[in-house]
Structure formats: C-alpha cells, structure tokens
Design a protein around this ligand. Sequence first.
Ligand SMILES: NC(=O)c1ccc[n+]([C@@H]2O[C@H](COP(=O)([O-])OP(=O)(O)OC[C@H]3O[C@@H](n4cnc5c(N)ncnc54)[C@H](OP(=O)(O)O)[C@@H]3O)[C@@H](O)[C@H]2O)c1
Length: 330
Amino acid sequence: MICIKLPHTDFEVSEIAFGAWAIVGGFNWGPQDEKDSIDALRTAYEMGINFFDTAELYGKGASENLIYKALGEVRDKIIVATKIKPDDFAFEDVKRATEERLKALKTDQLDLLQLHWPNPKIPVEETMGALEELKKEGKIRAFGVSNFGKEDLSEAFKYTDEISSNQLPYNLIWRVIEYEVLPECKNRHVPILCYSPIMQGLLTGKFSDPAEVPDDRARTRHFSSKRGQTRHGEAGCEKETFETLKKIKTIADQIGKPMVEVSIAWLMAQPTVGSVIVGGRNAEQVKKNVKAADLKLDDDVLKQLNQATQPLKEQLGKNPDLWEGESRIR
Ligand SMILES: NC(=O)c1ccc[n+]([C@@H]2O[C@H](COP(=O)([O-])OP(=O)(O)OC[C@H]3O[C@@H](n4cnc5c(N)ncnc54)[C@H](OP(=O)(O)O)[C@@H]3O)[C@@H](O)[C@H]2O)c1
C-alpha cells in the first residue's frame, strides 16, 4: 500500500482509506452487526490501511467509539480523520466539539480534524482561527475541510494556508467535481480525499436496475425525485446512470478485473487525489476493495473509462452537490 504525506502534516496516509460511516448502520445503511464492523476495521488495518475516516454525525459518535474499540491498541500506528458538524463552527463551539471528539475517540490528540460541510452563516475567519489555535495547542495535528467548493476554498484561504485536505464525492459516475472544484484544489495544492468512491455500492455491480436500490440509498441526484427520500426535486438520470454502469462493467470484464477494483483504481490514477475513502461493512468487502491498491490501469483503459462516463458527467451538470438541486457547495 502506497502512503502519501498530506501537506502541513507530519504524517503519511494510505492511498486507500477506510470509511467508517456504514459500519454504524441506521440512516442510509440499515441493520449492521457490530462484530462485522470490528472485523472490517481490523482487517483494513491488517491489510495495510492506516487511514480511517469518521465523523461525529456517523451515529453521534458511535463510529468514533468503534474505531477506538477495534483499533485502540494500535492507536499510535493509525491516522484518524474525524469531522465536526457545521452548527459547531463558531470559535468556542469548535473548541468544545473538538474536546468531544477527543473523548469519543479516547485519545489526547486528533490527527486530522475536518469541517464536515461549509456553513456560510458563520464567518470562516472565526472557524479557521479556532482550528489554527487548536493546532498550536497540540489538540489536533492537522485540519482539513469537506464539501468545500471553489468559493468556499477561496474564502478559507484568506484566513489560513494550512488546509491539509478537502474531502469530496468523487467516483466514475460522479465526476462533477472535475469542472471546478478539482482544478481549484490542484491550484491550491490541497489533496482530495474521495468519498463514496464506489457510489455506495453502485460501482460494485450489485444493483442492475434502479428499482433494486433501496430508497434510503437512492437519494443522490442520479435518482428521480419520485424516490421517497430525495431532496433535490430533479428528474434525475436513472437510465443514463445504469447504462453507464453497464459500460464500466464491460470495460472491467475486458481486463478481467472486478468493477469495484477498477473503480477504485481509476480514482487513484486521477490528479490531486490524496486518498480514496472506501466504506466496507465486513471483512470480506474490505479484502476485495484493498486489492485495488495493486491494480494500475493503463492509459488506454483510463481513456475508455473516461469516454464511457463522460455523457453522464455532462448530463449531471456543474452542480457539485451530490444530494441537493441547489448546491450547498459554493
Ligand atoms: N464528507 C462527507 O460529507 C461524506 C459523505 C459520505 C461519505 N463520506 C465518507 O466516505 C466513506 C465512503 O463513502 P460511502 O460509505 O458513502 O460509500 P462507498 O464507499 O462508495 O460505498 C460503501 C458501501 O458499498 C458497499 N460495499 C463496499 N464494498 C463492497 C464490495 N466489495 N462489494 C459489494 N458491496 C460493497 C457497502 O454497503 P452494502 O454492503 O450495504 O451495499 C458499503 O457500505 C464513508 O464511510 C465516510 O467515511 C463522507
């Protein structure tokens, strides 16, 4: 597993990270067995992943607790990235929320603290001031952002030049960030941590038809607003999404590799990608996903994948918000 150093940090992270949202089950994911979650986390570590992404919002601290439970004994060998929620971006709230995250992870220093979504109602100057202070105090080793667009980044950079990462949705059927956000991250030397890299299972080939996708997972702008839990109010592009998935599967079959590996490997080949945060609900899934670390796609295959997914990218347009019609990402 290749590891890369994030800017403004003194640590390296594995190019495949473990995403610890689904392992708490509940909203979006349904029932989850804790033993499977612990096995998934330990398997990830044993297979060379040292980077674990979590958040307060994943089960109100339950995901952070699980990371401690599974990997507390190797705390000094792993890098944990957690997130605080937008309601907590005022100066004193950032401080308080950070103390809460330290408690949930049972640690005395956070490795990477991220702002989960931008909050235009709270001055960025205040939030960045608090993060810089926490870094000086040694409570956090580094800080990053998540779901920050071009304008969000420009605003933040007025007050700090220490942003270590920007976590964004990015995968073969969600390439929207390539229009504006990715070039901005590239210019500013901010690595991207890709979330939902296999589009919550769609890029494993496990669903062959939109109707097979459970409602609580069919919330993204790919799906029709007729689906119960969508918030975007758009027609979606279910037909094009599933046609694109078929094309990706054909390319993966031609090189004799599983679609999930090809999808992760495609991301690792993109410029400005720092790490690919893949969710796994059990050890078996993790084992399959980690194999992508050994897959280097050649230029011809990368080109075919780009061509196959370009029409869907164009159809989805420039709004970088995966879930809402009016982008919360500026
Ligand atoms: N910053 C943010 O706003 C934000 C938003 C979303 C996610 N994230 C982060 O990114 C991480 C990853 O994103 P994600 O969880 O949304 O989606 P993802 O990684 O694209 O998909 C993960 C899901 O796909 C299924 N899966 C995984 N490996 C599989 C395999 N080999 N075969 C078949 N199915 C497989 C599992 O669900 P099933 O088994 O139930 O199908 C799993 O939970 C999260 O855990 C979280 O840390 C951040």
